[in-house]
Design a binder for this molecule. Structure first.
Ligand code: ADP
Ligand code: ASP
Ligand code: MG
Length: 437
């Protein structure tokens, strides 16, 4: 969109020099096969692609498949080569379904990327798991955007393929890198061309030595928000396999209903508690500049979906359910019946942070302290050894954490039905229940 602006110094109204971009994000589910990629083309035809930046994730479950490659690499498994071939086969099939002409440059471009991956596997000397993880897993997005960009060109839409690592600069905290906003802002302001369909990778960045970093699993929504923030974009649309943000994950709740509009605050709360339809880091940058976020269906792109904006009332007003499975409920109590006080609590939290356990609920009493955590990186065993030196540690594995925003009696009954409730916590707006099935 082109807008006019007032030049205050000279009192002139200047028309048509400032192009406001829209940022679209297409996730793994939307580009999982040739039909999906053709559908992206159809969506763009319907909603327009002028002044658009597309952020694209790896195709389907490619990131998981590359995680297997990483595991095989570190285990020195004989399956290493076959796991790489699986990823290759999957993408080759998609390319063959998309392009009739085997001379299309896409074949060369994708083969080159696989050659780079194989070169890395053969020559890497770094024993740093997280570093190696990012160097390997990033091929998912590099390959998907290469295929998508060639396909758009093939269909007559001119694109500009951007290597996101030249734009998003981060620290060297591999697998969970922190954005350097100042450098990122500079790169994006200077080098993103407007008036073109730009295509770039979600999830990736690079550190000061230009090594690839990643922003955390499912981080492509966040990439879209970073670009939108730095471009002062008109809006961000994340295209999903659901009609929008619903009052529950429709995979688990048959009667889930679409929320037409929600506030940033509500979206942050829902994402924070684990509504995986939006990555939790996505909202803050957008909220700061009041850039609206639309969550829409890539199957029905002309439907309204959900609009996330400032101060929007939850509409319709419904209890919202969030389920987090595979949680750990840990209870710590003092060995000598002394109180668990601020200094213990801060020490415990420092350890959770150090071992990268994400805390999803906290409850304390005089001599005990319970937390529900997610052990994404498998560090609990090691942490438990440390904690056990100072505290009596009890824990339940594999528990489920239900969160209900705007709960009512019926909603509470639904989640507790036929389950053993291990812990329950209520605040004004939110109820959390930990259950064992
Ligand atoms: P992407 O393809 O962008 O990675 P995701 O798979 O991460 O998309 O997000 C879409 C999925 O989020 C849906 O398929 C749905 O199962 C899940 N989901 C979880 N909570 C909600 C919710 N409240 N509303 C809609 N979808 C939800
Ligand atoms: N491909 C990455 C993942 O699966 C990032 C994303 O899809 O958002 O985690
Ligand atoms: Mg995803």
């Amino acid at each position: 969109m082109t807008v006019g602006i007032w030049n205050l110094k000279f009192g002139i109204y200047i028309i048509g020099i400032y192009i406001i971009m829209r940022v679209f994000k297409f996730g793994g589910a939307s580009v999982k096969d040739a039909a999906g990629i053709k559908n992206v083309y159809d969506v763009l035809q319907k909603v327009g692609y002028e002044d658009v930046l597309l952020v694209v994730s790896a195709m389907g479950k490619t990131t998981n498949a590359l995680e297997l490659v990483i595991k095989n690499y570190f285990d020195k498994s004989p399956e290493l080569n076959s796991s790489v071939q699986e990823v290759k086969k999957y993408h080759n099939q998609i390319i063959m379904d998309l392009f009739e002409d085997e001379k299309n440059q896409v074949f060369v471009a994708v083969n080159l990327l696989f050659a780079d991956l194989e070169y890395f596997l053969a020559h890497n000397k770094s024993p740093n798991y997280n570093f190696v993880y990012d160097q390997i897993v990033s091929f998912g997005e590099l390959i998907s955007t290469t295929i998508l960009s060639h396909f758009m060109n093939f269909m007559g839409i001119k694109t500009q393929w951007l290597d996101v690592r030249n734009f998003i600069k981060t620290d060297a905290n591999y697998r969970d890198a922190e954005v350097n906003w100042e450098l990122t802002q500079k790169n994006i302001s200077k080098n993103v061309k407007r008036k073109t369909l730009n295509i770039t990778q979600g999830f990736l960045g690079s550190d000061e030595n230009n090594f690839t970093t990643t922003l955390g699993r499912e981080g492509s929504d966040y990439t879209a928000a970073i670009f939108a923030y730095c471009l002062n974009a008109e809006s961000v649309t994340i295209w999903k396999d659901v009609p929008g943000v619903m009052n529950a994950d429709p995979r688990y709740f048959e009667k889930a209903r679409l929320l037409n509009q929600i506030s940033y605050r509500e979206a942050i709360e829902l994402a924070f508690y684990g509504a995986t339809v939006i990555h939790p880091k996505t909202l803050q940058p957008l909220q700061k500049k009041e850039i609206p976020l639309y969550v829409k269906s890539f199957i029905n792109p002309l439907l309204k979906g959900t609009s996330v904006s400032r101060g929007a009332d939850l509409e319709p007003y419904l209890p919202c359910f969030i389920v987090k499975r595979n949680q750990l409920l840990i209870s710590l109590s003092s060995i000598d019946f002394s109180f668990i006080m601020e200094e213990n609590i801060s020490e415990i939290f420092a350890l959770f942070h150090q071992f990268k356990l994400k805390v999803n609920l906290i409850q304390n009493s005089a001599i005990s302290f319970s937390v529900c955590v997610e052990d994404k990186f498998g560090n609990f065993k090691e942490l438990n050894t440390l904690l056990s030196k100072k505290f009596k540690v009890e824990y339940n594995e594999n528990v489920t954490l239900y969160t209900i925003r705007h709960f009512d009696e019926n909603a509470a009954k639904t989640v507790e039905h036929n389950k053993i409730v291990l812990l329950k916590q209520l605040s004004r707006e939110t109820m959390q229940v930990i259950t064992k099935e």
